[in-house]
Design a protein around this ligand. Structure first.
Ligand SMILES: *[C@@H]1O[C@H](CO)[C@@H](O)[C@H](O)[C@H]1NC(C)=O
Ligand SMILES: *[C@@H]1O[C@H](CO)[C@@H](O)[C@H](O)[C@H]1NC(C)=O
Ligand SMILES: *[C@@H]1O[C@H](CO)[C@@H](O)[C@H](O)[C@H]1NC(C)=O
Ligand SMILES: *[C@@H]1O[C@H](CO)[C@@H](O)[C@H](O)[C@H]1NC(C)=O
Ligand SMILES: *[C@@H]1O[C@H](CO)[C@@H](O)[C@H](O)[C@H]1NC(C)=O
Ligand SMILES: *[C@@H]1O[C@H](CO)[C@@H](O)[C@H](O)[C@H]1NC(C)=O
Ligand SMILES: *[C@@H]1O[C@H](CO)[C@@H](O)[C@H](O)[C@H]1NC(C)=O
Ligand SMILES: *[C@@H]1O[C@H](CO)[C@@H](O)[C@H](O)[C@H]1NC(C)=O
Ligand SMILES: *[C@@H]1O[C@H](CO)[C@@H](O)[C@H](O)[C@H]1NC(C)=O
Ligand SMILES: *[C@@H]1O[C@H](CO)[C@@H](O)[C@H](O)[C@H]1NC(C)=O
Ligand SMILES: *[C@@H]1O[C@H](CO)[C@@H](O)[C@H](O)[C@H]1NC(C)=O
Ligand SMILES: *[C@@H]1O[C@H](CO)[C@@H](O)[C@H](O)[C@H]1NC(C)=O
Length: 821
């Protein structure tokens, strides 16, 4: 593993470990926010993780922005220049490489360097380098220092927070730029306005910008206060110098010339730009000069509704302007999240502990809680944004929340149901409050199915109306939106053919991006399985259950038995409406594709056929059979890894290290999970293989560490040998703490290729004193059921191979095609 020297938490951690302290002072000190922040330029790892200040599921994600792309989350851990500190960011996403949000950046300027009307306020003029090794962060706090000595600090609440600049000198008034026009994409569309009142010290502003993923725009509102309330100890330490504070602006058509208007001028007024319908190059904002001390604390509020609401959010969430108190409250919220998974910090491997808590942190950063900030309809339900995208998050993030954060998860589930209530379809992707592009199926479906199977009995306590949830599933499974590229599915095709035909002219006239037919078929099958699962648990008519059971087996229709690759027969392929296959090479879109193909949302499929032919999580026994039986399936999985077809950062392949379970070889899964974890994840800035994808990778790593992997829309979790010697999971809805003990845990197993003799093979699983029939899966109710679960491991692989998943009819994990679920 690559250590990082980027922040102080690591040295803290070493101290704890060295002196054998039983528990760290607090769990927040174990989080490394810089994992996954390396530059993605020139083939770097580019995790796009967000390392700034935020509370769990915050709307405000405050952090610095750099002048280098790609920079999806604004920040890059390198020596690029800083253009400002801004109020909202995405977490770990793909999308526009210039980034998402980055709204209303502030930038501090030294008083000695300029006077009001000649300050370098423009985005290109003001940017500055950071002093070496000054970036540091912990949950709820971020700081950096520019080479000119100005220190940035920030901490926040859900929709508000504080930003503090400390200047090296206070002999002349120092300045702060408030930038209206430069979001990360530089996509200002007009429909924007800024007002500054030098008496109250308040800047109100809003503007319209492009979303980071999708084809629409959004309007956001901000409020900055520069004058502390009379009750604040800061009174007198920062006074606005009115005649050298005011606004600056260029014409809508160009970035220059800039006109500076001091707030004392007779003609001082608001700046505003009409809606242009396209990006305009204007530079505009406020420049505030302050005197009184060497530090300036600025309070901000944000809103998607109005500037009045942005200011009200600031006033209600940060009444006191007490930086330390806001920071402590944020840290306290994070401590409560991190306590949901407890390990013996002193005893476990320090790298694994750092990966565990850093991943747990990121898994609770998004989606963002925009309750009371829905610009489109009045809500009686919670409103979450940054569902970016469900294709990424349904596999691991939501199942992880289902284990330890049922209340928060229920709020998010309600957002999906409410999206259907107001648009007719379950949302799939939502970026900056607007729909984004659909990548596969409508993968909000497995999320709702998962909630039904796990929490139906608690739904009314959690405020989730199950009749609505089921209707949302059925409508999304049956109806086709006019444009299925931004929500819903192409059900016209799916229900006619039981697969998505390629090159088909849809007589309904409905449109969407007519590509990725094979990978879409596989995602649709999982979506229909989710409806089937919900129908079953909610006692819906048998005809519904049968219908969606049948449809979820439609993946078999794109299995082309005649496709061959590297001696393996049969691959999922595109197919014409007449039944003839339209194959592409199975290695197309894999990391070792010898020629260039159009992947992602291109014309081919959204993964190689080598990868997505394994993506049938609800009926893997069918795939084992189609691929030629257990032995061939195992050698095919082995070959998939050894030939380089595995793409660690691509979601459809997340489950593949665990698939040996379905061929009765959990011993091989134990080794493959270690191979995948220790070859692809580490605690360095490049420690995530690809984008964190709204914490999809973080939650995946959590599952690998805890020795489990969730089967979508089901209560089954595949189980294996964890990377810690024990852990406790707390579920505050059920009032349970389940203690997992790994009996015989062997630290030598914490390697990509554990030396022979390492005890990594599951020998027995005992659930609250009773031996489990299966050594391959565990029921959700047991995972959250309290009491003690003992996983006994040993080093005898031959014996493990002989045991397989155990004996009895329920030893292998379920598959729909063989009568499971
Ligand atoms: C930034 O780092 C890169 C790579 O280490 C180096 O090539 C470049 O010279 C550095 N630039 C500055 C301004 O320090
Ligand atoms: C700002 O002033 C400092 C000294 O106060 C000087 O060293 C620096 O070069 C100046 N920077 C600019 C951009 O003028
Ligand atoms: C951008 O927003 C305006 C309203 O502010 C709206 O009329 C327009 O259709 C939007 N453009 C797109 C591409 O969504
Ligand atoms: C601003 O006002 C102060 C105090 O009245 C005065 O000394 C200073 O010259 C003024 N500055 C400008 C730029 O007008
Ligand atoms: C405001 O008035 C000043 C002084 O009359 C003038 O120089 C400046 O151009 C005016 N600014 C604008 C934006 O009209
Ligand atoms: C966490 O630990 C740090 C350092 O020991 C301490 O400053 C902070 O107050 C603690 N926070 C909480 C919420 O316990
Ligand atoms: C989301 O925000 C609402 C409104 O403040 C609050 O009631 C709810 O607890 C929040 N949920 C989470 C998970 O933070
Ligand atoms: C499901 O498939 C079976 C077997 O092909 C068929 O007999 C049955 O009619 C189908 N049921 C529905 C509801 O489509
Ligand atoms: C596979 O190839 C055989 C022999 O060419 C052909 O008869 C059969 O129809 C093909 N199967 C499919 C599903 O295309
Ligand atoms: C099926 O349709 C495709 C695409 O139009 C065509 O190339 C192929 O020859 C057709 N197959 C048959 C058997 O007609
Ligand atoms: C699949 O799509 C996602 C999202 O667009 C993208 O991040 C990923 O790289 C794609 N994978 C392949 C192999 O095309
Ligand atoms: C794979 O092995 C399991 C367990 O021995 C067995 O039940 C199953 O039938 C085998 N599947 C195939 C396709 O051989």
């Amino acid at each position: 593993m690559v250590p990082t020297a980027s922040n102080t938490t690591r040295s803290l951690l070493v101290v704890f470990a060295a002196v054998g302290v039983v528990q760290a002072a607090n769990l927040t000190s174990l989080v490394n926010l810089f994992i996954g922040t390396a530059s993605g330029a020139n083939g770097g790892s580019g995790g796009n993780a967000f390392p700034g200040a935020a509370i769990p599921h915050a709307m405000a994600k405050v952090g610095i922005d750099v002048n280098e792309t790609p920079r999806q989350a604004g920040y890059i851990h390198d020596n690029s220049t800083v253009t400002g500190i801004s109020l909202m960011h995405d977490e770990g996403t793909g999308g526009n490489t210039a980034g998402g949000y980055g709204l209303f950046p502030l930038f501090p300027l030294l008083g000695s360097n300029c006077t009001f009307s000649d300050c370098p306020v423009g985005i290109n003029q003001r940017q500055a380098l950071r002093a070496a090794n000054t970036d540091a962060a912990s949950p709820g706090y971020f700081t950096t220092t520019l080479v000119n000595g100005i220190k940035f600090e920030t901490t926040s609440t859900r929709r508000a927070g504080l930003i503090r600049f400390t200047y090296p000198s206070s002999t002349t008034p120092n300045h702060v730029v408030v930038d209206l026009t430069d979001d990360l994409q530089r996509s200002f569309q007009g429909n924007g306005r800024l007002t500054f009142d030098s008496t109250s010290g308040r800047v109100e502003l809003f503007g319209t910008y492009f979303q980071s993923y999708g084809e629409s725009n959004y309007t956001a509102y901000g409020c900055y206060d520069f004058t502390p309330p009379s009750s604040s100890p800061l009174v007198g330490t920062q006074k606005i110098v009115a005649n050298s504070s005011g606004t600056y602006q260029s014409p809508a058509t160009a970035a220059t010339p800039l006109t500076f208007t001091p707030s004392t001028a007779a003609n001082f007024s608001a700046i505003s730009y009409a809606f242009a319908g396209a990006t305009i190059p204007a530079q505009a904002g406020a420049l505030i000069s302050l005197q009184g001390g060497d530090s300036v604390t600025v309070r901000f509020g944000i809103s998607m509704i109005s500037t009045a609401q942005a200011c009200a959010n600031a006033e209600s969430e940060v009444p006191s302007w007490d930086f330390d108190a806001v920071r402590a409250a944020s840290e306290g919220e994070w401590e409560s999240v991190l306590e949901k998974v407890q390990v013996n910090v002193a005893k476990e491997n320090a790298n694994v502990v750092e990966l565990l808590y850093s991943s747990l942190y990121r898994s609770h950063l998004v989606p963002a809680n925009l309750t009371d900030e829905n610009p489109y309809w009045d809500n009686t339900f919670p409103f979450y944004d940054a569902l970016f995208c469900s294709w990424d998050t349904f596999r691991t993030v939501h199942p992880f929340l289902s284990l330890v954060s049922p209340r928060e998860w229920a709020g998010i589930v309600n957002t999906y149901v409410d999206g259907w209530r107001h648009t007719g379809f379950i949302p799939e992707c939502r970026a900056n409050t607007k729909p984004g592009f659909v990548q596969g199926g409508d993968d909000g479906m497995p999320i709702l199915g998962d909630f039904a199977v796990k929490y139906a009995a608690h739904a009314s306590a959690l405020g989730v109306p199950l009749d609505d949830l089921y209707q949302a599933l059925v409508d999304t499974a049956e109806n086709t939106p006019d444009d299925w590229y931004t929500v819903g599915r192409q059900n016209t095709a799916w229900t006619t053919f039981d697969y998505i035909p390629t090159a088909w002219v849809d007589p309904s006239g409905k449109t969407g991006l007519p590509t990725r037919e094979a990978s879409r078929t596989l995602e649709y099958a999982v979506g229909d399985f989710a409806v089937r699962q919900a129908a079953k648990v909610l006692n819906k008519p048998a005809s519904d259950i049968e219908k969606y059971t049948n449809r979820s087996m439609g993946f078999r229709n794109i299995w082309d038995p005649n496709q061959t690759s590297d001696g393996f027969n049969g691959f999922m392929q595109k197919r014409f409406a007449n039944g003839t296959f339209d194959p592409t090479p199975p290695n197309a879109c894999s990391p070792v594709d010898p020629v260039s193909h159009s992947c992602a949302r291109g014309t081919d499929n959204n993964a190689s056929s080598w990868e997505y032919s394994f993506f049938v999580p609800h009926s893997m026994a069918t795939m084992v059979n189609l691929m030629g039986g257990n032995e061939t399936f195992i050698s095919r999985l082995d070959h998939y890894y050894s030939a380089g077809y595995f793409l660690a950062g691509n979601e459809p392949g997340f489950q593949t290290p665990w698939l040996y379970h379905y061929a009765n070889r959990p011993d091989l899964s134990a080794l493959r999970v270690r191979d995948v974890v220790f070859n692809n994840f580490n605690t360095g800035v490049g420690g995530i293989p690809g984008n964190d994808d709204s914490a999809a990778m973080a939650a995946l790593l959590l599952f690998h560490i805890l020795g489990m992997y969730p089967v979508p829309a089901s209560k089954q979790l595949l189980i294996g040998s964890p990377l810690v010697s024990g852990f406790k999971l707390t579920n505050d809805l059920l009032g349970t703490t389940t203690s997992f003990v790994v009996d015989g845990f062997d630290p030598n197993g914490l390697a990509a290729a554990p030396p022979s003799g390492s005890a990594v093979f599951v020998k027995q699983i005992t659930i609250r004193g009773k031996p489990s029939e299966s050594l391959c899966w565990i029921d959700f109710d047991d995972v959250v059921g309290g009491g003690e679960i003992v996983i006994t491991v040993d080093a005898d692989q031959a014996a493990a191979q002989a045991r397989g998943c155990g004996s009895g009819s329920k030893a292998l994990p379920d598959s729909l095609g063989t009568g499971g679920f």
